[in-house]
Design a protein. Structure first.
Length: 265
């Protein structure tokens, strides 16, 4: 039995003791489980034959509460997933995919408060897939036509010295300094990389205060340039809001409540 289905389980006793010592009566894992179940129920979608429930859940805690839960977050998340799966099966609801639970800092919450947001993510409808396929095919046909139009016959030129690259590609990386995945490193490329909350981004920040497409980072003439993409809350470097900014080794980038440390090798 899981943590929330058997109060006699040793794992429950361990986690309850942890929260009693660390939280001193503030947020309890049972309360998190209840909030998750309530959000699953409130966000359900009824079809002709089935009832579907969200597969992704963001649990927002006060930063101090988040820091306290971090040491057992992976174990707690596993038990919460098990709880949601059993709860959905009990109600004969269908999870569209394996549940995903993420803990995030909620700056507007007081110590001991929590907020849960559920959503349907990662599963495309047949119509979405069909539209994407049609768009991809049309794009390929346009590319073929453009290539045929621009194809000309050229004679090879001999004794040409290739141009020298005066700006060798640097090796940069961003290290995440906040959230439940502190220390996660993103290795940068010379080509533009998008930072944001949307799953299509190259550098994904699971932070509700980050815009879907927050900023862009790219290599120009041997240095990395950070450009804000008209984000809602702005992008900051070393505490100063920027629009376009060349990065230096040791710079700190702030997007929403997330902090990224820039390192140049």
């Amino acid at each position: 039995m899981g943590l929330f289905l058997s109060i006699e389980g040793s794992l429950e006793k361990y986690i309850e003791k942890f929260f009693h010592d660390k939280y001193k009566g503030r947020v309890h894992p049972l309360e998190i489980a209840k909030k998750l179940a309530r959000e699953m129920r409130n966000r359900k979608r009824v079809s002709i034959n089935h009832i579907y429930v969200p597969n992704k859940y963001l649990v927002y805690l006060h930063p101090e509460d988040l820091q306290a839960v971090a040491p057992i977050a992976p174990l707690l998340i596993k038990e919460l997933k098990d709880y949601l799966e059993k709860k959905a099966a009990e109600k004969k609801h269908i999870l569209i995919a394996s549940p995903e639970i993420l803990f995030q800092a909620g700056e507007n919450l007081e110590i001991g408060q929590l907020h849960v947001e559920g959503s349907f993510e990662g599963v495309k409808t047949n119509r979405e897939i069909r539209v994407e396929d049609e768009q991809s095919l049309a794009k390929k046909e346009e590319e073929v036509k453009e290539d045929e139009k621009n194809t000309l016959c050229y004679k090879p030129v001999k004794n040409v010295i290739p141009a020298q690259n005066n700006f060798p590609e640097p090796k940069g990386q961003l290290r995440l300094n906040t959230g439940t995945v502190v220390g996660k490193t993103f290795y940068l490329k010379a080509s533009p990389m998008i930072i944001g909350r949307h799953e299509s981004c190259d550098i994904i920040l699971n932070d509700h205060s980050v815009s879907r497409h927050q900023a862009k980072i790219e290599c120009r003439q041997g240095e990395y340039i950070l450009t804000d993409l008209a984000s809602t809350n702005g992008t900051f470097v070393n505490g100063k809001r920027v629009t376009t900014h060349p990065l230096k080794d040791g710079d700190t980038i702030k997007a929403g409540t997330s902090l990224l440390f820039f390192k140049l090798e």
